[in-house]
Design a protein around this ligand. Structure first.
Ligand code: AMP
Ligand code: TRP
Length: 336
């Protein structure tokens, strides 16, 4: 049995990259492997490492939970919870793990470097320690597998590294080294405005991403205006080399339609973008619209989401508490 854990931050809105790179894979995994234990959290303690809207945080947390459920995460099969609801356990383990994390390793984290830019002196300790909290999120459940998009690979390597330092230092195989699961073809969905940039929540232009809350007209408009090159689509996957925008749109089509890129190019190779884009809009709307509708319904009555989050937190606590107790005992803390 695998114990699966993953999470997303309640900052801004979820986009197609979050869906194809992570959420869709969680749902597929939940349905394909019913024996797994699944824990999906909304990582609100990570969200506060950047300036955030205090008054909107709780609602943003509910909205991410709603997106999980709307996309197909079933609260009967997967615990859905807010990280802060078990924050006492996550943060406590984080502290212990911080004592076994080398600064040199944190200095290599590209996400930190991207977020702070040149202004390292003013960066907060929370942002710097972000990957240690992420390691704690995973290790507090002794999770075996972590499905994420490609951008999280480095953070996961650090989590494995910290787990192995702990095992070494205390001379026992206590923590399982968590396996990253970077699934499917769309592990790194790119911006619609620039095929060399990741599709991201924080990019300035809303035209660069498709949000899970966009309606059909917005989706069609964004795809119509998506950057392309002047050539028709190639006949082979090889022909996508050096054409990042074309590659991205074909990848998105493939992931949404459950086909390979080869199959997509068999259908569209030689065709112009003017012919391909309306088809891409169609499938995007077909896959996203039901999620958006369900999210709206769920958000209209937060009592259901709140009760799912409460049950999820209870479940998460049941799993995490004994693991934290064992960690304390292994580390030699006083116990009554
Ligand atoms: P975040 O939005 O940073 O909380 O990310 C939540 C999840 O979505 C993580 O597993 C990320 O790896 C994944 N993700 C974020 N952006 C993308 C993208 N552009 N392509 C693929 N996966 C992504
Ligand atoms: N850092 C992840 C991201 O930005 C979010 C995250 C926090 C996470 N804790 C986690 C993902 C634990 C997987 C497991 O996407």
């Amino acid at each position: 049995m695998k114990r699966i854990l993953s999470g997303m931050q309640p900052t801004y809105q979820l986009h197609l990259g979050n869906y194809l790179g992570a959420l869709k894979n969680w749902v597929d995994l939940q349905n394909a492997e019913p024996d797994n234990e699944n824990l999906y959290c909304v990582v609100d303690m990570h969200a506060i490492t950047m300036p955030y809207d205090r008054d909107g945080l709780a609602q943003a947390t509910r909205e991410i939970a709603a997106a999980y459920i709307a996309a197909g995460i079933d609260p009967k099969k997967s615990a859905i919870f807010a990280q802060s609801a078990v924050g006492d356990l996550h943060a406590q383990l984080m502290w212990y793990l911080a004592t076994m994390t080398q600064i040199g390793k944190l200095n290599r984290m590209t996400q930190f470097k991207d977020k702070v830019g040149k202004n390292t002196e003013k960066a907060g300790l929370g942002l710097y320690a972000y990957p240690v909290l992420m390691a704690a999120d995973i290790l507090i459940y002794n999770a075996t597998h972590v499905p994420v998009g490609e951008d999280q690979k480095q953070h996961l390597e650090l989590a494995r590294d910290i787990a192995s330092t702990f095992n070494h230092r205390y001379n026992r195989e206590f923590f399982t080294l968590p396996e990253p699961m970077i699934m499917g073809d769309a592990t790194r969905v790119m911006s619609l405005r620039d095929g060399n940039q990741k599709m991201s929540k924080s990019a300035e232009s809303d035209l660069s991403r498709i949000n899970l809350t966009d309606d059909a007209d917005m989706i069609a408009d964004k795809i119509k205006r998506a950057k392309t090159d002047p050539n028709p689509l190639p006949e082979t996957v090889d022909g996508l080399k050096g054409r990042p925008e074309a590659d991205n749109l074909v990848t998105i089509y493939a992931a949404l339609s459950g086909q390979t890129k080869v199959q997509v190019l068999e259908e569209f190779g030689g065709k112009q973008f003017s012919e391909f884009k309306p088809k891409l809009s169609e499938i995007t709307v077909e896959k996203i619209a039901p999620i958006t509708t369900r999210m709206r319904e769920l958000m209209a009555d937060p009592t259901e989401i709140d009760s799912i989050l409460k049950n999820g937190a209870d479940k998460a606590r049941t799993v995490a508490s004994p693991i934290l107790s064992e960690v304390k005992s292994i580390m030699g803390f006083w116990e009554s």
